[in-house]
Design a protein around this ligand. Structure first.
Ligand SMILES: [Mg+2]
Length: 360
């Protein structure tokens, strides 16, 4: 179902003059940021744009039509140049005292949008008057109040189009709870940060490595694991990796705009190279040898197992190569390089899917 952004004109897209009437070209002044940020909203997000405006007494002697349409056409043409196109323009011409149902906050002009073809609950009315907020309520939509004071019922109060863009931007977050007879794990990721980590797997070394992932990938990451450590650390390490892969996959959504590929780095005597493709097909190559059986409280044989599990559950092609003498450095270099590769791969750089196939 289609979602709407119903946008007021005067005081929201353009500044409202002292006499509340844009009836001359010299009165036309755009609100700062509207081109950049409403342009990005129009191009990047999935909303149908509708303009809805009360123009008191339009067509009467006090506001002749021809004085309205010149500036209005220029306004529409200018916005169109930035990719901002309204699929519908609703203008009510009545005066407040007439109390007509077409005048905002009345829904008289919105008949076709009430038919059930639109997802009004996830649609927004953006406007600078309290009547815009009331219109949102009357439509069963949400209100963004383009004003810095009043209206507690609005979901956002702001006169910054950039803030509105950030608010409407789909969140790349996910929380996955995976429970088996061996482990009970909750992983939360936020790909757009802030960088933050809260990690408790029960395995000290793995906690330290997961902190590297959060820090170097620049993501928010929280991991909690209740596992059967009385047996050994195998199930916990494996299942944390699976759940992390699932959470990353879910947070990536349709992957639009991501960098997709990802890194090599040195760490003292060691070097690690991690090649990553978030293309959807799991594949795993591991070329790293460890001489010690354990690093801290974690078996080194679990390192390839950990990354293979992520590759499988994330749907990633993951190649890891590392060499060097110090085992702790080598492991840490791998986790850091993985994190850096992930950082590149998940970064949103535009809106295009990074493939010619139409889906990844
Ligand atoms: Mg207004």
């Amino acid at each position: 179902m289609k979602k709407l952004l119903i946008i007021d004109r005067d005081g929201t897209l353009i500044k409202e003059p002292a006499d509340y009437q844009i009836d001359a070209f010299e009165k036309l002044e755009f609100v700062p940021g509207v081109f950049t940020w409403l342009g990005r909203i129009a191009r990047e997000f999935d909303y149908e744009l509708i303009m809805a405006t009360n123009q008191d007494g339009l067509g009467t002697d006090s506001f002749p039509e021809e004085t309205f349409y010149g500036p209005q056409k220029l306004l529409l043409k200018t916005l169109e140049g930035e990719g901002i196109v309204f699929s519908d323009i609703l203008v009510d011409r009545s005066f407040d005292q007439e109390q007509l149902p077409t005048r905002k906050p009345g829904t008289g002009m919105f008949g076709k949008y009430l038919s059930g073809d639109y997802n009004l609950a996830e649609s927004y009315v953006i406007g600078d008057r309290i009547t815009d907020v009331q219109l949102a309520r009357n439509l069963g939509a949400q209100a963004i109040f383009f004003n810095n004071e009043g209206s507690e019922s609005a979901v956002l109060r702001s006169t910054s189009w950039e803030e509105i863009y950030q608010f409407l931007k789909p969140k790349r977050q996910a929380t996955v709870n995976r429970k088996t007879s061996e482990t009970d794990i909750i992983v939360s990721v936020d790909l757009d940060g802030p960088t933050d980590e809260k990690i408790d797997t029960g395995i000290g070394f793995l906690n330290h490595m997961l902190e590297q992932i959060a820090r170097h990938a620049g993501i928010g990451l929280s991991v909690s694991c209740q596992g059967d450590l009385h047996i050994d650390e195998h199930h916990s390490a494996e299942d944390v990796a699976i759940t992390l892969g699932l959470a990353l996959k879910q947070a990536l959504g349709n992957k639009a705009g991501i960098g997709r590929y990802g890194f090599a780095l040195p760490m003292d005597d060691c070097q690690a190279k991690v090649l990553l493709d978030l293309g959807g097909r799991p594949y795993f190559i591991w070329k790293a040898k460890f001489k010690r059986e354990k690093i801290g409280d974690m078996a080194t044989e679990l390192l390839p197992h950990f990354f293979r599990s992520i590759a499988d559950s994330l749907g990633a092609n993951l190649h890891i190569r590392a060499k060097g003498d110090n085992e702790h450095h080598k492991a840490e270099a791998i986790f850091k390089a993985f994190a850096r590769a992930l950082r590149q791969a998940i970064r949103q750089e535009g809106t295009e899917l990074p493939t010619t196939k139409g889906v990844i």
